[in-house]
Design a protein around this ligand. Structure first.
Ligand code: 5GP
Length: 376
């Protein structure tokens, strides 16, 4: 993908490549084909202008059943935020009575636009209304209405490209870009480091509170994906159960979108990431893009026998299946020694490595950490 671009007063950085978007549209089109092909029905494709023009065209090329194309123009956006009111400058150009309608929308944000449109179509006698959106922002979607077909879920950030505009510019871009908000250059990036069971989670909570940090635990982010049964979650589940690591690019993508999504904190606390040199290099690259860097590594050290003891104890309390089996624990310790320990050297060379003795009460270890972090 290309470089940053400027539209009006804002800078946007590359976010989703055309290839990624088209792959999502391939998957969406297959679902719609599966539902409508062979039904004998001739539904109406309703393109929500102007944003959904490219998406509608891309979908139509892939759909294999007869349909009619109708357009409508609605808008609840002004500048880069949703106004909440739905305006209707151009009305429906064809009757929808007794017809099945598939709405093609570029992006669903609060859901005001799409839900108002669905209700309007039903009030005009449409037999059935399905919603097919290229993108949606789950954090801001506030409606109960089910979105029948969703291409990709994205964090709450303003994007342009592939039909989406910033005050009418950017619609022609084949890739999607996200607004590059100026970041507080004094943000801290701490890495909490140590073998499984070293007490990272407990100490992270104390650090987050004292230093106003946002805690990023890759384990917790992944467990959420698994609980939500997302595609990523299902993939990760098998690997985690074998005690292996989830592919780097998946984890890196999750981390970068957390940096982008969260505001109002003085920094981030990374717990469980990076675990490999490749991930450490990727983290450096992510931060370099915004002119930032890792502040410090806080490494909590405990011996192997204590790792087994602590993990088994935690498994009993939290009921974590990935922690309950001694062979799985052993495999995680091996993974740690082989892949993670080289990071000590990496961060020593960068002058960022600080070791804390992890033996002692929670409070003793916490005070050692505070004494260190107070210096930064
Ligand atoms: P909603 O009514 O769901 O809050 O907003 C939906 C409409 O807002 C979309 O059709 C789209 O026109 C616009 N919109 C929502 N999020 C974005 C975004 O990130 N970028 C752009 N360019 N438009 C957006």
């Amino acid at each position: 993908m290309g470089n940053n671009i400027k539209l009006h007063d804002k800078v946007f950085k590359p976010y989703l490549s055309n290839e990624v978007i088209e792959a999502a549209i391939d998957r969406l089109a297959e679902k719609v084909n599966a539902d409508f092909e062979g039904s004998g029905d001739v539904p109406i494709f309703l393109c929500v202008l102007n944003g959904a023009i490219m998406f509608t065209a891309a979908m139509m090329k892939r759909l294999r059943f007869k349909a009619e194309l109708v357009s409508i123009k609605l808008s609840s956006y002004q500048g880069t935020s949703s106004t909440g009111t739905v305006l209707i400058p151009i009305g429906l150009t064809a009757p929808v009575r007794d017809r099945r309608v598939i709405i093609f929308e570029d992006i669903v944000d609060t859901g005001n636009t799409i839900v108002a449109l669905k209700e309007m179509l039903l009030s005009k006698g449409a037999k059935e209304v399905r919603i097919c959106t290229m993108l949606m922002k789950p954090e801001v979607y506030s409606k109960d209405t089910v979105l029948d077909y969703v291409g990709m879920k994205i964090p709450n950030a303003f994007i342009v490209g592939y039909g989406l505009d910033y005050d009418e510019l950017g619609r022609n871009l084949p890739d999607i870009y996200v607004v590059d908000e100026p970041k507080d250059k004094n943000m801290k990036y701490y890495i909490l480091f140590g073998p499984p069971g070293a007490g990272k989670g407990t100490q992270a909570t104390a650090m987050v509170e004292k230093y106003n940090l946002h805690h990023i635990s890759t384990g917790a982010l992944l467990r959420k994906e698994i609980a939500d049964c997302t595609e990523l979650g299902l993939k990760a589940k098998n690997l985690i159960e074998e005690g292996a690591l989830v592919p780097d690019e998946v984890v890196e993508g999750m981390i970068e979108s957390e940096f982008r999504r969260v505001s109002g904190v003085d920094g981030f606390l990374l717990d469980g990431f990076p675990r490999t040199i490749a991930q450490a290099e990727a983290l450096d690259a992510i931060l370099k893009r915004t002119g930032e860097k890792v502040t410090s590594v806080v490494s909590i050290m405990i011996p192997d026998w204590m790792i087994v003891e602590r993990i088994s104890h935690r498994a009993a309390i939290e009921g974590r299946t990935d922690d309950s089996d001694v062979t799985i624990i052993k495999s995680r310790i091996d993974t740690y020694h082989n892949q993670t320990e080289p990071l000590i050297d990496y961060y020593k060379k960068a002058g960022l490595y600080n070791e804390i003795d992890g033996i002692g009460t929670i409070e003793e270890v916490r005070d050692r950490i505070f004494e260190l972090v107070d210096k930064f």
